[in-house]
Design a protein around this ligand. Structure first.
Ligand SMILES: [Cu+2]
Length: 711
């Protein structure tokens, strides 16, 4: 029977082509047994003999192929001299099978020991697995994990390949971490040279270039600090270097599915295949409505499945350059082995801008800086601008956004400003503008949005001033609203003196409004306005943004969140401490969530680096304004100076890891334990979420095992 054949080859070497599977019917009790051995050995990597940690003798480990509805048994034998573990990244498993030592009763696998994992497969898609012990993932303990859907796959392809990206270190993971702790720019291969400075001075003027340098210097950072490990890595695809050139075969006209997995410890990649459009059909294991792009960025630990349809009888280069342009991984799609195509040069190194600073650096002295090209966003609480002189500014297009609570502008003199198009949005509660003299300003086209509680604009004549966001506590009694568009949360505003008697809605036409949330398309940037990290497709065309991702199927239990938690991503680059809300993991209390609730997390990135935030055991539903069609992700990249909102349907009891997936940020403390408790009223009883099928908590192993395909 087909299913038996399939079970026997369910552990295959990475990179082996798998033709579209025959449809299989899951049967009761159907399930495979998989044997994995973690060992240390010398291995040929990038043409050199290297000491590596291997799974079944290879890096990456074998591709595990499961089927939705299967009950898997995985025997993991530890032949190392140290403890190990395997975590099933993105899988919805009982908490005690998640493989994080110290969580939900899972104990590290001791040297010489075999641990048997046993859990039901409740989903389909492209995932991966890796060690959650020490720095073993960096040193080779990772592999692809592919799950076939129980029914017909909505994504049909003639060929199906895993493309697993990774960063192989010349140094072992433990050494890399020690060096970063000692000197945070140890692996930054782009020190700013005198020549760089002179180039900038030529472009920007000497004093401006110097100001920028001083500002970066105060943060102990450089504007080329895109990632903290950008030297000492060789980039691999399915374990092969760019020179070794892993090659996948196709026949012209075929639909080829490429399952990209970023199994790197620290490296983001910009991925493209010159000459081919890529149709993204899945992200983080969840099918999305097909979207055609020319290039996409992979945060660490993300997965993207794409379809390509090469028509010509020629080779194509699969090019994945790191975001810091420290190097690239490369593979080839070709009609036959040995054919190659041109390898493009690395794109220019992104240069971080003031926008990427997030302006969240209280205590910085900005006196004397020229802000004429500046865009601001993020948290600006506590900034003291008393010494700033803006008298020369013409901030024609100065966008401001984010939290600006507590800013004191009392000594600013704007008398010479003509802010013709100065957009402001975000939380501006508590700003004291009482001593600002705007009497000479013309706000005639100034759009504002966000929380502006407590602002007193009684003297303004804001004709044509659009506002949105939370404006609680504003007193507008003196304002003339005759041409004022507003949106957002304006709780607490006193409109008692407004007269709407002249309004006429009879001519409004709603015929063009989208009736389904899926119809909403946004191409909002994932980066701060003016960010140097903002990607652009190297050959023109479309670069994927999160807003392009729309779930293929609506989420079954979409509703408003019950509460919101703000998590600020914080760090001290100089001491290489990474934290959440300023507290590193070893000093932090666990976060408690309750089974059945829906919790909104608002990540605010107060650092200058991107952080791929990862939740174990439950989905994060990325809020892109698409309601039930918001995509489900296990990794959410949060760019510097931005915030990112996700909703967590809390549907799994247990202790779960929640962390930045940059290996050394995780180790340094950007990590939390989430404890999901049963509701107090239902303690000891079953879930009250009304959705028992989604309860796959630590103490629900047996129930979960039998719940889904008991036929
Ligand atoms: Cu991080």
């Amino acid at each position: 029977m087909a299913s038996l054949t399939w079970m026997r080859r369910c552990v295959s070497a990475p990179g082996v082509a798998v033709l579209a599977w025959a449809m299989l019917t899951p049967a009761t009790g159907w399930g495979g047994t998989y044997n994995l051995v973690i060992d240390q050995r010398s291995l040929d990597i990038a043409g050199q003999s290297q000491q590596a940690l291997t799974i079944n003798g290879s890096v990456p480990g074998p591709t595990l192929r499961f089927r939705e509805g299967e009950q898997v048994t995985i025997n993991v034998t530890n032949r190392l001299k140290e403890d190990t573990s395997l975590h099933w990244h993105g899988l919805l498993v009982p908490a005690n099978q998640d493989g994080v030592p110290g969580f939900s009763g899972f104990k590290p696998i001791k040297p010489g020991q075999t641990f048997t994992y046993h859990f039901p497969i409740r989903q389909a898609g492209t995932y991966w697995y890796h060690s959650h012990s020490g720095f073993q993932e960096q040193d080779g303990v990772y592999g692809p994990l592919i799950i076939e859907p129980a029914g017909k796959d909505p994504v049909q392809a003639d060929r199906d390949y895993v493309v697993m990206l990774s960063d192989w270190g010349q140094d072992k993971g433990a050494t890399i971490y020690r060096n970063l702790k000692r000197k945070s720019d140890y692996y930054n291969n782009r020190p700013v040279t005198v020549g760089d400075f002179l180039d900038q001075a030529r472009q920007q003027g000497f004093s401006r270039a110097l100001d920028n340098r001083l500002a970066w210097g105060q943060m102990r950072m450089m504007d080329s600090d895109i990632s903290d490990v950008s030297s000492g890595y060789t980039y691999l695809i399915n374990g092969k270097s760019a020179v070794e050139n892993w090659t996948a075969l196709f026949k012209p006209g075929e639909r080829v599915r490429l399952r990209f997995i970023n199994g790197s410890a620290m490296s983001y990649f910009d991925v493209r295949i010159p000459g081919l459009k890529m149709t993204v059909v899945q992200a983080d294991g969840n099918n999305v409505q097909p979207v055609s792009v020319d290039e996409f960025r992979m945060a660490v630990a993300e997965t993207y499945d794409v379809i390509v349809e090469p028509q010509d009888n020629r080779a194509y280069t699969l090019f994945a350059q790191t975001v810091s342009r420290s190097g690239y991984a490369r593979a080839t799609l070709a009609p036959q082995q040995g054919m190659t195509a041109a390898v493009p040069p690395l794109s220019p190194v992104p240069v971080l801008t003031m926008a990427d600073m997030g302006m969240a650096h209280g205590g910085m002295d900005h006196a004397g800086m020229d802000h004429s090209k500046m865009s601001m966003s993020g948290n600006m609480a506590g900034m003291d601008h008393s010494k700033m002189d803006h008298s020369q500014m013409a901030p024609a297009a100065m966008p401001m956004s984010g939290d600006m609570a507590g800013m004191d502008h009392s000594k600013m003199d704007h008398s010479q400003m003509a802010p013709a198009t100065m957009p402001m949005n975000g939380d501006m509660a508590g700003m004291d503008h009482s001593k600002m003299d705007h009497s000479q300003m013309d706000h005639s086209t100034m759009p504002m949005s966000g929380d502006m509680a407590g602002m007193d604009h009684s003297q303004m004549a804001p004709a044509a001033m659009p506002m949105n966001g939370d404006m609680a506590g504003m007193d507008h009694s003196q304002m003339d609203h005759s041409t004022l568009p507003m949106s957002g949360d304006m709780a607490g505003m006193d409109h008692s003196k407004m007269d709407h008697s002249q309004m006429d809605h009879s001519k409004m036409d709603h015929g063009q409004m989208p009736s389904s949330s899926a119809a909403v398309t946004t191409r909002r940037s994932d980066y701060a306005p003016g960010s140097g990290l903002e990607p652009k497709a190297a050959d023109g065309g479309i670069f994927l943004v999160y807003g392009d991702l729309t779930a293929l199927q609506p989420y079954k239990d979409y509703r408003k969140p019950d509460r919101e938690i703000e998590l600020r991503l914080t760090g001290n680059m100089e001491r290489y401490i990474w934290s959440i809300n300023g507290v590193k993991y070893s000093d932090a209390e666990p976060m408690h969530l309750t089974l059945g609730e829906r919790v909104r997390i608002r990540f605010v990135n107060d650092t200058m680096m991107m952080h791929p935030m990862h939740l174990h055991g439950m989905w994060m539903q990325l809020d892109q304004g698409k309601g039930a069609f918001n995509p489900l992700k296990h990794i959410v990249n949060v760019a510097p100076g931005t915030s990112m909102t996700v909703d967590i349907p809390v549907d799994a009891v247990g202790e779960w890891a929640f962390h930045c997936h940059l290996m050394y940020h995780m180790a340094a403390g950007m990590f939390r334990k989430i404890v999901v408790d049963r509701p107090a009223s239902a303690a000891g009883a079953s879930s009250s979420s009304g959705n028992p099928a989604s309860d796959h908590g630590a103490d629900a192993t047996m129930a979960a095992g039998g719940e889904q395909h008991a036929h």
